[in-house]
Design a protein around this ligand. Structure first.
Ligand SMILES: [Fe+2]
Ligand SMILES: [Fe+2]
Length: 195
C-alpha cells in the first residue's frame, strides 16, 4: 500500500539518523568536542523532517481517519498513544534547544549533560515509537480501513510528496542523514537495545 510504504521508508531514514545521534552522544561522553552546530541539526531534522514531513502525514492523513473510524480502539491507539508520543518527542526537542542555548552562553557540565539527555531521550523514544508503528499501527490501519479511505489517504500523501519534492525537502534531509552517518558513524545493532 502506497502511503504506509512511504512512511515505513521514512522510518528507516529516521532510524539511520537516530543511530548517528546516539553515536554522536557517545563520542561527546568519551571526550570529543560537543559541536553545537551538529546538535542543532537534530532540532532541524526533528522539527522539519520527522515532525512536519513525517508525523504531519500521519496526523493529517492516516491517523485522523483511524481515530474517527475505529471507535475506542482508534482513540486509544492514536489519540492516547501515538499522538502523545509525538508530543513527547517535541518536548525532548524543546529541552535540547534550551540546553544548547544555555551551553552557548556558558560551558557548564550540567548543560552538556542536559544536551545529551535530551538528544538520547529523543532518539530512544522515537526509535521505540517507530517500532510500534511498523509492527502494530500501520498493519492495523491496512487491515481495518476501507479501501476507499485508504485510496483517499494515498492520494493526499502523493500530493504532499510531490509538493515537498519540489521544495527539496526530501533531498535536504537525506543529505543531512548522510552527513551525520559519515561524521559520527552508526551502530546498526543498537536498535536491539530499545524494545
Ligand atoms: Fe508517529
Ligand atoms: Fe511514524
Amino acid at each position: 500500500m502506497y502511503c504506509t510504504d512511504i512512511m515505513v521508508e521514512e522510518h528507516e531514514n529516521i532510524l539511520r539518523f537516530l543511530t548517528a545521534v546516539r553515536s554522536m552522544c557517545c563520542k561527546v561522553l568519551d571526550g570529543s568536542e560537543l559541536v553545537t552546530e551538529d546538535f542543532c541539526k537534530i532540532i532541524d531534522f526533528a522539527r522539519n523532517y520527522s515532525d512536519h514531513h513525517h508525523h504531519g502525514k500521519e496526523e493529517k492523513f492516516l491517523f485522523n481517519e483511524m481515530e474517527s473510524r475505529m471507535g475506542a480502539i482508534g482513540q486509544n491507539l492514536i489519540r492516547h498513544g501515538m499522538l502523545v508520543e509525538h508530543e513527547l518527542c517535541r518536548a525532548h526537542i524543546l529541552d535540547l534547544e534550551n540546553a544548547l542555548s544555555l551551553w552557548e552562553k556558558e560551558k557548564k557540565t550540567i548543560y552538556k549533560l542536559d544536551i545529551l539527555e535530551a538528544a538520547m531521550g529523543y532518539a530512544t523514544l522515537l526509535t521505540r515509537h517507530i517500532k510500534k508503528e511498523n509492527a502494530v499501527v500501520y498493519p492495523f490501519a491496512e487491515k481495518q480501513l476501507d479501501k476507499a479511505v485508504l485510496d483517499s489517504v494515498n492520494e493526499k500523501v502523493a500530493a504532499f510528496e510531490a509538493e515537498t519534492e519540489k521544495q527539496g525537502i526530501q533531498k535536504k534531509y537525506l543529505d543531512m542523514i548522510d552527513y551525520m552517518i559519515k561524521t559520527y558513524g552508526s551502530v546498526e545493532d543498537q536498535h536491539d537495545l530499545i524494545v
